[in-house]
Design a protein around this ligand. Structure first.
Ligand code: GDP
Ligand code: IMO
Ligand code: MG
Length: 424
């Protein structure tokens, strides 16, 4: 049984909580895209963690974890995270790092600052764009380079000489030293050198044996490099189409695709957001939903559910089931709005545009439905939800033509309704 977890909005949908829940039953959990730009929150044995790189299987002794080749890995961040989790668990999780995954180096973060990516796109400033760019430009450092220090130094020297020529005015880049970079990198990578392997046969074998394999996606469909709201996107493929390429298995047999979506919409960083709420209600959702970035601490903008965008994400991810999170955050509202279409240049449209310029011109057309007053935090039984909350869930399922498998009513694993009904 293979399951993929996919974000359906602009990230931060609650993938961490849902993956951590599903990983209980997993033999293997594979994180396949992005890097430390991701921040996946889990509450494990009562303690809260914001995980950037490790697959959620790390919390379970029986689950093997793979950091697949679609990722860009910052080794010092991995080391810190691994130490934190091993200390929490009192045992060391088993991890495999794909030999062809790329490594983020300090100059990637420097470049992001020099080029203004942080300000222009509102990136997480983790060097993600420059690291993926080096991969495409064929000047990246890959995990297996760490196993061969002479080769590593040669590649670093080549890259540093390119940087020094391109940025003669930057004191930080001009003072880069191959020896120092290699020394620091190898020192922090030391505990992981035995984990750097060809991950393709490891994943393929687990799939062929019919093991329970979970593919943990990072970010969300609307941040996809090709299909998201370009240029306000991340630099990797965040949709189901990218999964095969990111693990090196073409068209993997994935039985279940779980589309994770919030009961409303949030976005962090820059870029158009048609259903953004600009008045006090937006602040209410931000506070009630604790909408502050795990990676950067930035406040997330909040808005109503956008069915136009979600239908686009459904087309991109083809979810077999949906997990709706943070339903509890909407409690207490008299009315809830959903956007079913946009007004664009005097006409109504149902088409989501991945062009940021076009999307910025779209005005949401809302439909209002009844809210509910009851506090539903922690409800575990679908029938105990207020009628209006059930109507909201069922309407979403109907609009998106996908069954709802999970409704989340709080950040903890036990605050969850498992439904698996198909009422659409
Ligand atoms: P991810 O990046 O998709 O894993 O999501 P994040 O962890 O960045 O953001 C989701 C936030 O919502 C975290 O603070 C979670 O602890 C929290 N969360 C997840 N599910 C629920 C829920 O059902 N209700 C509430 N109130 N919070 C939730
Ligand atoms: P998870 O996995 C929310 C956003 C950044 C920025 C854009 C590009 O926690 O859902 P990058 O640093 O990737 O070059 O930034 O993408 N972004 C995310 N937003 N959740 C994430 O991950 C994100 N990863 C990147 O805020 O707008
Ligand atoms: Mg997040």
């Amino acid at each position: 049984m293979a399951t993929a977890i996919l974000g359906m909005q602009w990230g931060d949908e609650g993938k961490g909580k849902i993956t951590h829940l599903l990983a209980r039953e997993a033999d293997m959990v594979v994180r396949y895209n992005g890097g430390p730009n991701a921040g996946h929150t889990v509450i494990d044995r009562g303690e809260k963690f914001g995980i950037h790189l490790l697959p959620m299987g790390c919390f379970y002794r029986d689950a093997r974890c793979v950091l697949a080749s679609g990722m860009v890995i910052d080794i010092p961040i991995l080391r810190e995270e691994y130490g934190l989790i091993a200390n929490h668990l009192k045992w060391e999780p088993e991890i495999v790092i794909a030999e062809n995954a790329h490594v983020i180096l300090p100059y990637h973060r420097l470049l992001e600052e020099l080029e203004g990516g942080g300000a222009r796109i509102g990136t997480t400033r983790r060097g993600i764009g420059p690291a993926y760019r080096d991969k495409v430009a064929r000047v990246g450092i890959r995990a297996d380079d760490l196993l061969y220090p002479v080769r590593l130094r040669k590649k670093l020297a080549q890259k540093i000489s390119i940087l020094k020529r391109a940025w003669p005015g930057s004191p930080e880049l001009s003072s880069l030293s191959t020896d120092l970079l290699a020394k620091d990198l190898l020192a922090s990578a030391e505990p992981f050198l035995g984990s750097i392997r060809n991950a393709i046969p490891i994943i393929a074998q687990a799939l062929n044996r019919g093991e329970n394999v979970l593919f943990e996606g990072a970010q969300g469909a609307l941040l996809d490099l090709d299909f998201g709201t370009y240029p306000f996107v991340t630099s990797s493929s965040t949709t189901f189409a990218g999964l095969g390429n990111a693990i090196g298995i073409p068209l993997p047999q994935i039985d279940c695709r779980v589309g994770v979506m919030k009961a409303y919409t949030t976005r962090v960083g820059r870029g158009p957001f048609p259903t953004r709420i600009t008045d006090k209600l937006g602040d209410f959702l931000q506070q009630a939903g604790n909408e502050f970035g795990v990676t950067t601490g930035r406040p997330r903008d909040c808005g109503w559910l956008d069915l136009v965008a979600l239908k686009y994400a459904v087309a991109l991810n083809d979810p077999t089931t949906l997990a709706i999170t943070k339903l509890d955050v909407l409690s207490g509202l008299d009315e809830i709005r959903m956007c079913g279409a946009y007004q664009l240049e005097g006409r109504e449209t149902n088409t989501f545009s991945g062009s940021a310029e076009q999307l910025a011109l779209c005005e949401p057309i809302y439909e209002s439905i009844s809210g509910w007053k009851e506090d539903i935090r922690g409800v575990t039984d679908y029938e105990s939800l207020p009628r209006a909350a059930r109507a909201y869930i069922e309407r979403i399922s109907q609009e998106l033509q996908a069954p709802i498998g999970i409704v989340s009513t709080g950040p903890s694993p036990e605050e969850t309704i498992n439904i698996s009904f198909d009422r659409y």
